[in-house]
Design a protein around this ligand. Structure first.
Ligand SMILES: [Zn+2]
Length: 183
């Protein structure tokens, strides 16, 4: 704006609109980045949600069922990561976050997990299996929620949808098993 005042030439309508849009975008992005990186409650959210734009997993959701799944995943993604932990009443092992435990390591949900691994091996390149298998539970959980994988040339939409269904299955099965164990 100062440049224009100095030079006495106002930009065209089109370039003025672009200048305003870019400036507003930059302010929003800076504020979003600052807020996310100054609060550890967003540690999981920011590892999946890399920019202020709509994340890929939302773009992968086409059917009404997939959209409902994405709503559910977003709810898990925006949960504050639990770092107080506890002991699982199903398998008697310790965990930091119950959702990570339910999806990635609890023996109570191992059949669902085995099916998911089989799907990964059958439907995707072996590189993806090797990559996923190398991660710890927290990292794998972030990928299940929508974090990018480094393996290229995969059907990302199918992968996101498969992961989201897997998370929903694990959480539902874990809750049901816990309820029947306690009652
Ligand atoms: Zn367990």
């Amino acid at each position: 704006m100062l440049d224009f005042l100095r030079e006495g030439v106002f930009p065209t309508k089109q370039s003025w609109k672009a200048i305003v849009k870019n400036t507003v975008d930059k302010v929003q992005t800076d504020e979003w980045t600052r807020r996310l990186h100054n609060d550890n409650n967003f540690s999981r959210f920011r590892s999946v949600h890399l920019s202020v734009r709509v994340p890929d997993f939302w773009k992968s959701s086409k059917s009404s069922r997939e959209i409902v799944n994405s709503y559910y995943i977003t709810k898990l993604l925006t949960d504050i990561p639990n770092t107080t932990g506890g002991t699982c009443e199903l398998c008697n092992t310790q965990f930091l976050d119950v959702y990570v435990h339910a999806c990635c390591s609890c023996s109570g949900t191992h059949l669902i997990r085995d099916m998911w691994w089989e799907f990964i091996m059958e439907k995707f390149p072996l590189h993806l299996f090797v990559e996923l298998y190398s991660y710890d539970d927290e990292e794998l959980y972030c990928i299940l929620l929508g974090k990018h994988v480094t393996t290229s040339n995969i059907d990302t939409d199918s992968f996101h949808n498969l992961c989201h269904v897997h998370v929903a299955h694990c959480v539902a099965a874990y809750s049901r098993l816990l309820r029947t164990t306690i009652s």
